[in-house]
Each structure stands twice: as structure tokens, then as C-alpha cells.
Write a protein that binds this ligand. Sequence first.
Ligand SMILES: Nc1ncnc2c1ncn2[C@@H]1O[C@H](COP(=O)(O)OP(=O)(O)O)[C@@H](O)[C@H]1O
Ligand SMILES: [Mg+2]
Length: 395
Amino acid sequence: MKKNSTNPSITLRKFLLEIDQAALRFLALNTPDEIYQAIVWEALRLLAADYGTILLYRKGELKRIYSNHEIIAAAAVRQRGRAYQAFKSRQPVITRIETKADINAKIYKLNIKSIIFIPLTYRQKSIGVLNILSKQQEQLSKDQLGMLKLYGSLACLAINKGESYMETKSALEARELFMEMASHELKTPVTSIYGYLQLIRQYTDVNRLPKKDWVDSITAETTRLIKLIQELLQVGTTREPFFIDFERLHLKKLLCEAEKDFKIIHTDRELETEVKLSLKEDIIFGDKDKLLRMLTNILDNAVKFSPQKSKIILKAKKIGKKIHITIKDFGQGISREDLNKLFDKFYRGRGHDREGMGLGLFLVKEIVRKHRGKIDIKSKMNIGTTVKIILPSYI
Ligand SMILES: Nc1ncnc2c1ncn2[C@@H]1O[C@H](COP(=O)(O)OP(=O)(O)O)[C@@H](O)[C@H]1O
Ligand SMILES: [Mg+2]
């Protein structure tokens, strides 16, 4: 810190002005990396210090997320140290470094004589701490130290701004990706419907009968389109209410309906069912359409990701007060990396070019959650996949 000039109130005003100027510079930036760097850099200039580091409170501990010096960047954070005290008390603190015990051994080697801990606090809430390290003893008045609280608050605003910027950016990217995928997926069936309709039109012109398989193709493609559009519409509503119309249901009947739908759509596939539920114990409280959709989505995946000749097994039984439903296929399986992302909106596994928008399992999870149930997927590459759903039973 530069030596105080004669009039302390002039010095203080100048200091405040410098904080203001510094904040204007880092608040003008957008990405978190630029912002962290500028917060540290401006503080070093303001305090004539040497090194700076930003710690942010994430998942219950202070994590170092930036430093302008590589040794400091790599140093572990002492969880109950002085930085933590500043973070908790929301007050700036200045500490002299006298012995090795005062500081991380590697940082001590940099000849540090003092550290200022500035809490990153906004509206009574701390998000982390800015540590400013100096090779000289910092000479700050009590008032100046107090003013650094303002620096911390403005830095906190900038950090929040950087985070919102990134969130917005990734939301925009997701939207773009979605638009690309949606238009691709919707275009394919429409193009083939259009093609067949042209054929039918030519034939009707000359009074010949159109072939039955053209009509079948149009029906199949239209069904695909309707399904895609339904998925899209449901995702539109999952943001908020995703309305569930609860009623008392017999699960056994519901499973029969799912089986019947399956046989109409997948005429060439074998579905083996094993429902061990008596008519009394299969009562659940749920939304029939949504539960059917849930089953269809999982069964469709089983069909889509397994060879035509392999069978699919649907089982249901009661264990304690819960009903366990499993759908097992003997298909390509899911890689470990894909397994924990499957439920994300628009996530499609890598390494396959099957149609789909990656919305099925996202919807399934929402439906299961709204029914206070659980879902678990176990899978082995080239062996198969088992999806298990556990629902609370009504009785
Ligand atoms: N039974 C399954 N076997 C193998 N992979 C599966 C299975 N079910 C889901 N997946 C993987 O999970 C991804 C996400 O599934 P989903 O949300 O239904 O989207 P979509 O079917 O539109 O691709 C799929 O793209 C696929 O990679
Ligand atoms: Mg799917």
C-alpha cells in the first residue's frame, strides 16, 4: 500500500474512487475466467500487492478456483483457516505472516509477509473469499480495510453475473441443438409421407388402386410424427406443472394395455410378460396416460436398441409395500459414461444413429418422480439393459 498522504479523509476518498474504477472494469466483463482474473488483478493494483486467489464455497467447502500464481493455484485450501473465518464473519481481515505455521508451506516460500482476506458477500450472503498476498507488510487503516468489504460485494456481483452469463449461453446452445434435432427428426417422416402421397395421387388420377403398403407406410410415418410431437409437447409442459391426473388404478390392467399397444406397433417383436400381482394388490394411485407413456417409452427403447430376434421381458411383482416393474432387453447395452446422463433432456447415447430426440427417459424420470417412485437402469455392453421402476402401492 502506498504511504498515507497527510489528510486521512482525502486518502479515503481516493481509495473509494479507486475501488469504484476497479469495479467498473471487472463488472464490464462477461465470462467467469475473465472476471476472476480482473478481480484479482484490480485488487493487486489497488493494494500494491503481489498475488491473489479466489476461493468459492461449493458443496460445503471453500474451493480455490483462480490464482495468478501457479504455486498458489495448486495449493490446498485450509478448510477452517483464516479465509474461512473471513467467509463466515463477512468481514475483511488482514493477517501478518511470521512463521511457516501461519501459511501453506509452498506459499510461504514465496516470501509472503501479509494476506488480506476479503469476503465475497452480497446481501448478507457469502459466496467465497478473495485472498490478497503481499511480500510486504500491508499498511491499511481500519477504514480502508472496512472499505474492502465494498470491493468484495462488487466482485461478488461480477462473479454472479459471470455465472448467469454461462447459464444463459448454455441454455441458448441447448435450444439451438434442440431446434436442429427437432427439425431433422420431424422432417424425415414428413418427407416420406409426402412421397407416398404423391404416388397415391398419381394412381388415383388414372383410376388404379394405390398399393396397401403405401398406406401402411404413411400410417407408420404418421404415427412416428404424432409420437415425436407428443414428446415435444410434453417437454414443453414439464418446465412447471406437468399436470398429473391422479386416480385409483389397477396396474395389471395398465400393463395389459401397454402389452396390447406393443403388439400393434411392434408386430415382429416378442414381448414376454410375467406379472405376479393379484387383482387386490396391484392398486396404485396414478395417472393412467402418463404411466402408459412411461412404459411405452421404455419398451420403445428396448425395441430400438436390441436385435429383432431377441425378446423383451416385462415383469411386475410386489415387494413389501412397493411394486417393482422391470423391463429387460438383450441388446447393445449402455456405456458407463452414458449411464448417468440418460435422464438429461435431449441426451442421446453416443455411437448409435437410431432416431430419437433424447427426450424419452427424461419424460420417464419426471413421470416416475411425480408418482413418488424410483427408477434405476442397469446395463452391460452387448449383453442388455434392465430398467427397474419402483412405485408405491396404494394398499
Ligand atoms: N434399452 C436400451 N438399450 C440401450 N441404450 C438405451 C436403452 N434405453 C435408452 N438407451 C440410451 O439412452 C439414450 C436416451 O434414451 P431416450 O431418452 O429414450 O432418448 P432416445 O430414445 O430419443 O434416443 C438413447 O439415445 C440410448 O443411447
Ligand atoms: Mg427413447
